[in-house]
Design a protein around this ligand. Structure first.
Ligand SMILES: C[S@@+](CC[C@H](N)C(=O)[O-])C[C@H]1O[C@@H](n2cnc3c(N)ncnc32)[C@H](O)[C@@H]1O
Length: 253
Protein backbone atom coordinates (compact mmCIF):
# COMPACT_ATOMS: atom_id res chain seq x y z
CA UNK A 1 0.00 0.00 0.00
CA UNK A 2 1.41 3.39 -1.02
CA UNK A 3 1.30 6.18 1.55
CA UNK A 4 -0.10 9.51 0.34
CA UNK A 5 2.88 11.22 1.98
CA UNK A 6 5.27 9.24 -0.28
CA UNK A 7 3.34 10.29 -3.38
CA UNK A 8 3.34 13.92 -2.25
CA UNK A 9 7.07 13.80 -1.54
CA UNK A 10 7.83 12.58 -5.08
CA UNK A 11 5.44 15.14 -6.62
CA UNK A 12 7.25 17.85 -4.68
CA UNK A 13 10.73 16.73 -5.77
CA UNK A 14 9.74 16.26 -9.43
CA UNK A 15 7.47 19.23 -10.04
CA UNK A 16 8.04 21.83 -7.33
CA UNK A 17 11.68 21.39 -6.40
CA UNK A 18 12.00 24.64 -4.39
CA UNK A 19 12.30 23.37 -0.78
CA UNK A 20 10.42 26.34 0.70
CA UNK A 21 7.37 25.96 -1.64
CA UNK A 22 4.64 23.52 -0.64
CA UNK A 23 2.13 21.53 -2.69
CA UNK A 24 -1.00 23.45 -3.73
CA UNK A 25 -4.55 22.22 -3.07
CA UNK A 26 -4.79 20.85 -6.65
CA UNK A 27 -1.46 19.02 -6.22
CA UNK A 28 -2.88 17.27 -3.14
CA UNK A 29 -5.97 16.26 -5.13
CA UNK A 30 -3.69 14.96 -7.84
CA UNK A 31 -1.83 12.93 -5.22
CA UNK A 32 -5.10 11.24 -4.21
CA UNK A 33 -5.86 10.42 -7.86
CA UNK A 34 -2.35 9.07 -8.27
CA UNK A 35 -2.85 6.87 -5.22
CA UNK A 36 -5.82 5.24 -6.96
CA UNK A 37 -3.95 4.79 -10.25
CA UNK A 38 -0.72 3.52 -8.70
CA UNK A 39 -2.65 0.89 -6.76
CA UNK A 40 -4.03 -0.40 -10.07
CA UNK A 41 -0.59 -0.32 -11.69
CA UNK A 42 0.92 -2.13 -8.71
CA UNK A 43 -1.55 -5.03 -9.17
CA UNK A 44 -0.71 -5.29 -12.86
CA UNK A 45 3.06 -5.19 -12.26
CA UNK A 46 2.69 -8.02 -9.72
CA UNK A 47 0.60 -10.04 -12.18
CA UNK A 48 3.09 -9.63 -15.02
CA UNK A 49 5.97 -11.33 -13.20
CA UNK A 50 9.66 -10.56 -12.92
CA UNK A 51 11.08 -12.49 -15.84
CA UNK A 52 11.54 -9.49 -18.15
CA UNK A 53 11.46 -5.66 -18.10
CA UNK A 54 7.99 -4.16 -17.61
CA UNK A 55 6.98 -1.90 -20.50
CA UNK A 56 4.32 0.74 -20.15
CA UNK A 57 2.94 3.76 -22.01
CA UNK A 58 1.53 6.88 -20.35
CA UNK A 59 -0.59 8.38 -23.14
CA UNK A 60 -1.78 12.02 -23.21
CA UNK A 61 0.75 12.20 -20.41
CA UNK A 62 0.60 15.91 -19.61
CA UNK A 63 3.48 16.30 -17.16
CA UNK A 64 3.62 12.51 -16.82
CA UNK A 65 2.57 12.29 -13.19
CA UNK A 66 1.37 8.71 -13.65
CA UNK A 67 4.25 7.37 -15.73
CA UNK A 68 7.00 8.92 -13.67
CA UNK A 69 5.51 8.09 -10.28
CA UNK A 70 4.83 4.52 -11.43
CA UNK A 71 8.51 4.25 -12.41
CA UNK A 72 9.73 5.32 -8.98
CA UNK A 73 7.04 4.19 -6.55
CA UNK A 74 5.99 0.93 -8.20
CA UNK A 75 8.72 -0.39 -10.51
CA UNK A 76 11.87 0.84 -8.73
CA UNK A 77 10.45 -0.03 -5.30
CA UNK A 78 10.01 -3.60 -6.45
CA UNK A 79 13.50 -3.52 -7.96
CA UNK A 80 11.89 -4.08 -11.37
CA UNK A 81 13.51 -2.93 -14.58
CA UNK A 82 11.41 -1.46 -17.35
CA UNK A 83 10.58 1.20 -19.87
CA UNK A 84 8.05 4.02 -19.55
CA UNK A 85 7.08 5.74 -22.80
CA UNK A 86 5.38 9.11 -22.37
CA UNK A 87 3.28 10.36 -25.29
CA UNK A 88 2.30 14.04 -25.17
CA UNK A 89 1.59 16.30 -28.14
CA UNK A 90 2.24 19.70 -26.50
CA UNK A 91 5.94 20.43 -26.69
CA UNK A 92 5.90 22.59 -23.53
CA UNK A 93 4.49 19.68 -21.51
CA UNK A 94 6.85 17.20 -23.16
CA UNK A 95 9.72 19.42 -22.01
CA UNK A 96 8.22 19.47 -18.48
CA UNK A 97 8.18 15.63 -18.57
CA UNK A 98 11.89 15.56 -19.45
CA UNK A 99 12.71 18.06 -16.72
CA UNK A 100 10.76 16.10 -14.09
CA UNK A 101 12.29 12.83 -15.31
CA UNK A 102 15.76 14.19 -14.51
CA UNK A 103 14.89 14.20 -10.76
CA UNK A 104 13.44 10.70 -10.78
CA UNK A 105 14.92 7.99 -8.56
CA UNK A 106 14.17 4.92 -10.60
CA UNK A 107 17.36 3.08 -11.53
CA UNK A 108 16.70 0.40 -14.11
CA UNK A 109 13.66 2.17 -15.56
CA UNK A 110 14.21 3.86 -18.91
CA UNK A 111 12.05 6.95 -19.51
CA UNK A 112 11.33 8.04 -23.07
CA UNK A 113 9.31 11.11 -24.05
CA UNK A 114 7.62 11.02 -27.45
CA UNK A 115 6.33 14.50 -28.28
CA UNK A 116 3.59 13.63 -30.73
CA UNK A 117 -0.12 13.00 -31.10
CA UNK A 118 -1.52 9.75 -29.72
CA UNK A 119 -2.87 9.15 -33.23
CA UNK A 120 0.72 8.70 -34.43
CA UNK A 121 0.98 4.90 -34.69
CA UNK A 122 4.79 5.07 -34.89
CA UNK A 123 4.91 6.36 -31.28
CA UNK A 124 3.42 3.14 -29.88
CA UNK A 125 5.48 0.08 -28.94
CA UNK A 126 4.32 -3.41 -29.84
CA UNK A 127 2.67 -5.44 -27.06
CA UNK A 128 3.44 -3.28 -24.02
CA UNK A 129 2.38 -4.67 -20.66
CA UNK A 130 0.30 -1.61 -19.86
CA UNK A 131 -1.15 1.51 -21.45
CA UNK A 132 -2.35 4.09 -18.97
CA UNK A 133 -4.14 7.37 -19.67
CA UNK A 134 -5.38 9.62 -16.88
CA UNK A 135 -7.86 12.33 -17.91
CA UNK A 136 -7.52 11.74 -21.63
CA UNK A 137 -9.66 14.57 -22.95
CA UNK A 138 -12.42 14.34 -25.57
CA UNK A 139 -11.60 12.16 -28.58
CA UNK A 140 -8.09 11.41 -27.24
CA UNK A 141 -9.64 8.72 -24.99
CA UNK A 142 -11.01 6.88 -28.04
CA UNK A 143 -7.80 7.27 -30.02
CA UNK A 144 -5.82 5.87 -27.08
CA UNK A 145 -8.19 2.91 -26.77
CA UNK A 146 -7.83 2.22 -30.52
CA UNK A 147 -4.02 2.46 -30.40
CA UNK A 148 -3.90 0.30 -27.27
CA UNK A 149 -5.92 -2.37 -29.07
CA UNK A 150 -3.84 -2.04 -32.26
CA UNK A 151 -0.53 -2.43 -30.40
CA UNK A 152 -2.00 -5.38 -28.42
CA UNK A 153 -1.33 -4.04 -24.95
CA UNK A 154 -1.88 -6.64 -22.26
CA UNK A 155 -3.56 -4.16 -19.91
CA UNK A 156 -5.22 -0.77 -20.30
CA UNK A 157 -6.13 1.70 -17.55
CA UNK A 158 -8.15 4.49 -19.14
CA UNK A 159 -9.74 7.44 -17.36
CA UNK A 160 -11.53 9.60 -19.94
CA UNK A 161 -12.05 13.27 -19.21
CA UNK A 162 -14.55 15.72 -20.75
CA UNK A 163 -16.89 14.45 -23.50
CA UNK A 164 -16.85 16.97 -26.33
CA UNK A 165 -18.97 16.99 -29.49
CA UNK A 166 -15.98 15.65 -31.40
CA UNK A 167 -16.36 12.28 -29.65
CA UNK A 168 -18.01 10.13 -32.34
CA UNK A 169 -20.38 8.30 -29.97
CA UNK A 170 -21.52 11.65 -28.61
CA UNK A 171 -22.79 12.62 -32.07
CA UNK A 172 -24.56 9.27 -32.28
CA UNK A 173 -26.13 9.90 -28.86
CA UNK A 174 -27.46 13.30 -29.94
CA UNK A 175 -29.11 11.69 -33.01
CA UNK A 176 -30.62 8.99 -30.78
CA UNK A 177 -31.86 11.53 -28.24
CA UNK A 178 -33.66 13.37 -31.04
CA UNK A 179 -35.13 10.16 -32.47
CA UNK A 180 -36.39 9.11 -29.03
CA UNK A 181 -37.85 12.55 -28.39
CA UNK A 182 -35.80 13.12 -25.23
CA UNK A 183 -36.19 16.59 -23.70
CA UNK A 184 -33.53 19.21 -24.39
CA UNK A 185 -32.86 19.94 -20.69
CA UNK A 186 -29.07 20.03 -20.50
CA UNK A 187 -28.65 17.87 -17.40
CA UNK A 188 -30.99 15.17 -18.75
CA UNK A 189 -29.30 15.16 -22.16
CA UNK A 190 -25.80 15.15 -20.64
CA UNK A 191 -26.48 11.97 -18.68
CA UNK A 192 -27.96 10.19 -21.69
CA UNK A 193 -25.06 11.21 -23.93
CA UNK A 194 -22.49 10.16 -21.34
CA UNK A 195 -24.18 6.75 -20.88
CA UNK A 196 -24.08 6.18 -24.66
CA UNK A 197 -20.41 7.23 -24.91
CA UNK A 198 -19.46 5.05 -21.93
CA UNK A 199 -21.38 2.09 -23.39
CA UNK A 200 -19.70 2.45 -26.77
CA UNK A 201 -16.24 2.59 -25.19
CA UNK A 202 -16.91 -0.49 -23.08
CA UNK A 203 -18.30 -2.55 -25.97
CA UNK A 204 -15.46 -1.51 -28.30
CA UNK A 205 -12.89 -2.84 -25.81
CA UNK A 206 -14.84 -6.04 -25.20
CA UNK A 207 -15.32 -6.65 -28.93
CA UNK A 208 -11.54 -6.35 -29.31
CA UNK A 209 -11.01 -9.12 -26.75
CA UNK A 210 -10.53 -7.10 -23.56
CA UNK A 211 -12.23 -8.18 -20.34
CA UNK A 212 -13.38 -4.78 -19.12
CA UNK A 213 -14.58 -3.37 -15.81
CA UNK A 214 -15.62 0.21 -15.20
CA UNK A 215 -15.10 1.44 -11.67
CA UNK A 216 -14.72 4.73 -9.79
CA UNK A 217 -11.00 4.89 -8.97
CA UNK A 218 -11.43 7.81 -6.54
CA UNK A 219 -14.55 9.42 -5.02
CA UNK A 220 -16.36 12.01 -7.22
CA UNK A 221 -15.42 14.70 -4.70
CA UNK A 222 -11.79 14.32 -5.86
CA UNK A 223 -12.68 14.58 -9.56
CA UNK A 224 -16.02 14.35 -11.39
CA UNK A 225 -14.17 12.37 -14.10
CA UNK A 226 -13.55 9.45 -11.80
CA UNK A 227 -14.45 6.42 -13.92
CA UNK A 228 -11.66 4.01 -14.77
CA UNK A 229 -11.87 1.53 -17.66
CA UNK A 230 -9.74 -1.39 -16.51
CA UNK A 231 -9.19 -3.74 -19.42
CA UNK A 232 -7.17 -6.96 -19.77
CA UNK A 233 -6.56 -8.75 -23.07
CA UNK A 234 -8.08 -12.23 -22.89
CA UNK A 235 -9.36 -12.73 -26.45
CA UNK A 236 -12.35 -14.87 -25.47
CA UNK A 237 -14.15 -15.45 -28.83
CA UNK A 238 -17.74 -15.81 -27.52
CA UNK A 239 -17.57 -12.61 -25.45
CA UNK A 240 -15.94 -10.80 -28.36
CA UNK A 241 -18.69 -11.85 -30.75
CA UNK A 242 -21.45 -10.91 -28.27
CA UNK A 243 -19.90 -7.47 -27.69
CA UNK A 244 -19.39 -6.92 -31.42
CA UNK A 245 -23.05 -7.68 -32.05
CA UNK A 246 -24.14 -5.21 -29.34
CA UNK A 247 -21.77 -2.59 -30.69
CA UNK A 248 -23.23 -2.95 -34.16
CA UNK A 249 -26.74 -2.57 -32.73
CA UNK A 250 -25.65 0.55 -30.83
CA UNK A 251 -24.32 2.16 -34.00
CA UNK A 252 -27.16 1.18 -36.34
CA UNK A 253 -29.40 4.24 -36.74
C1 LIG B 1 -6.24 16.80 -18.99
S1 LIG B 1 -4.56 16.60 -19.41
C2 LIG B 1 -4.13 15.18 -18.47
C3 LIG B 1 -2.65 15.03 -18.34
C4 LIG B 1 -2.17 13.90 -17.42
N1 LIG B 1 -2.49 12.60 -17.95
C5 LIG B 1 -2.69 14.09 -16.03
O1 LIG B 1 -3.57 13.35 -15.61
O2 LIG B 1 -2.21 14.99 -15.36
C6 LIG B 1 -4.65 15.96 -21.04
C7 LIG B 1 -3.32 15.96 -21.75
O3 LIG B 1 -3.47 15.24 -22.94
C8 LIG B 1 -2.79 15.90 -23.98
N2 LIG B 1 -3.45 15.51 -25.22
C9 LIG B 1 -4.74 15.74 -25.58
N3 LIG B 1 -5.00 15.22 -26.77
C10 LIG B 1 -3.86 14.62 -27.19
C11 LIG B 1 -3.50 13.90 -28.35
N4 LIG B 1 -4.38 13.70 -29.34
N5 LIG B 1 -2.25 13.42 -28.45
C12 LIG B 1 -1.34 13.62 -27.46
N6 LIG B 1 -1.62 14.31 -26.32
C13 LIG B 1 -2.86 14.80 -26.18
C14 LIG B 1 -2.92 17.37 -23.64
O4 LIG B 1 -1.92 18.15 -24.27
C15 LIG B 1 -2.79 17.34 -22.14
O5 LIG B 1 -1.45 17.46 -21.74
Amino acid sequence: MLALSDIEAVLHRLYIAAPQASLRKEDRKKATELGGMLLEIDRIVKAVGKGRPFRMVDAAAGKAYVGLLAAELVLARKARTGQVILIERESRRATACRRAGASLRAPGVDIEVRATDVADAAAWPQEPDLVVALHACGPAADTIARQAIACRTRHLLLVPCCTSESVAASQLAVRRAEALGLPHHAEVRRRFIQAMVDSERTLALEAAGYETTVIPFVPPTVTPHNLLWRARRVGEPRHMAAAAEKLERLWSD
